[in-house]
Design a protein around this ligand. Structure first.
Ligand SMILES: Cc1ncc(COP(=O)(O)O)c(C=O)c1O
Length: 392
């Protein structure tokens, strides 16, 4: 696959798959064909065809993430899944929830709010800086565990720092201590091999509209069999099968009132497109492109990379420090001036943000990206840094 398989606007250099990944034309067409089917006979589709179609669509996704299709359900996105978990896990004022300091802002908010509501303690454990050894990371993170820890929440691939975390080792250690783990994995599925049965977490929340290029508004929630009978739906509806199938915990999530399910049903086509391209090829090509960009950006800025060994800690997305003033009082939706300038002057979409009082840029590469895109970014950065130095 290459850019011609997508419908990105001409002239746009899109280096932000990590936030929002466009889907190939074939996936968009597949989605439309499901919408057409619904429009031709809504009763047939919603009350008879929908549930078997959802069941079929879960199989390739479950295979991709290494578990049985009975252990996953479709949700709109990782945020939705995380909220379901927060609704399900019971906390009291004696409990603690442990997270890393690299967690996504909205996830922090879900758990901070839940802790506030229940009186539980919200514990953020710092990871080593820089990230050098996986063993050291696990040991350092687990120092945050106490006899009160009721849940661990950790990213598989972090958002701000784009680091692949050793979640399997953390889950296995947590299992020995009987602490459930919820993994926030929207960047991992597709970008790196994921085997949920081997990881053996309790919950895994992910979005399919990032690295597997499925339609927007598609995600998955994995629930370990030990939790399935305890899941609380985010939205209360009928709670049973609409076409009279055997009851399942997934019923609470398949039918949450009448809605458009075409995105979920197009997930298998998204997986097929990347499978045809070759998963290994996709992962290698996109990692190499991100790696090329990161080396050149470090040469340009003269700054030490956040993570030294990108081959170990990164997939198709790398975060790099950049010079310049950090934004104070940064809010969601308020953009760094360089990010705004790159878009306005060069039509480059790339996130630039402040994390721990330092300024970073995150480069994401997918099948539609080329060396030309990265070179265009490098030229734009070079010109922008020169301009900003002149104006200081
Ligand atoms: C680590 C992480 N978790 C959760 C999310 C939320 O994903 P979504 O907006 O698809 O729910 C993101 C989004 O970028 C993320 O990077």
């Amino acid at each position: 696959m290459d850019r011609s398989d997508y419908t990105l606007d001409d002239g746009v250099t899109y280096l932000n798959n990590g936030s929002f990944g466009p889907s190939p034309r074939k996936v968009q067409e597949e989605r439309k064909s499901w919408i057409d089917r619904l429009e031709r006979q809504p009763m047939q589709f919603l009350t008879r065809d929908m549930e078997p179609a959802l069941k079929d669509a879960m199989i390739p996704l479950a295979n991709l993430v290494g578990t049985a299709s009975t252990n996953i359900t479709f949700v709109d996105n990782a945020t939705f899944g995380m909220n379901v978990v927060a609704q399900t896990v019971r906390l009291s004022s004696d409990d603690e929830v442990l997270l890393t300091d690299h967690e996504y802002g909205a996830v922090m908010r879900v758990w901070r709010d839940k802790c506030k509501e229940t009186g539980a303690k919200f514990v953020v454990q710092r990871l080593p800086d820089p990230l050098t050894s996986s063993d050291e990371l696990v040991a350092e993170f687990l120092k945050g565990v106490t006899e009160r820890t009721k849940l661990i929440v950790i990213s598989h691939v972090t958002s701000a720092t784009a680091a692949i975390l050793p979640v399997k080792e953390i889950c296995h250690a947590a299992r020995r201590m009987k602490i459930p783990v919820c993994i926030d994995g929207p960047h991992a599925i597709g970008m790196i091999p994921v085997n949920l049965d081997e990881i053996d977490c309790d919950f895994y929340c992910a979005s399919c509209h990032k690295w597997i290029s499925a339609p927007f508004g598609t995600g998955l929630l994995y629930v370990a069999p030990r939790w399935q009978h305890r899941m609380k739906p985010a939205i209360i509806s009928w709670g049973g099968s609409v076409s009279g199938q055997e009851p399942s915990w997934q019923d609470e999530f398949n039918w949450i009132g009448t809605r458009d399910l075409s995105g979920f049903l197009a997930i298998p086509e998204a997986i097929r497109c990347l499978e045809e391209h070759g998963w290994e090829r996709f992962r290698n090509e996109t990692h190499q492109l991100a790696q090329y960009g990161s080396e050149r950006i470090c040469e340009l800025t003269g700054l030490e990379p956040l993570i030294e060994d990108h081959a170990v800690w990164n997939g198709s997305m790398i975060t790099l420090p950049i010079p310049g003033l950090v934004q104070t009082g940064e809010q969601h939706g308020r953009r760094d001036p360089l990010q705004v300038a790159l878009w306005k002057n060069y039509q480059i979409e790339i996130p630039i943000y402040t994390w721990k009082k330092r300024r970073f840029l995150r480069i994401s590469c997918h099948t539609y990206n080329t060396l030309g895109d990265v070179d265009h970014l490098l030229n734009a950065l070079e010109e922008s840094f020169v301009t900003s130095h002149e104006s200081v």
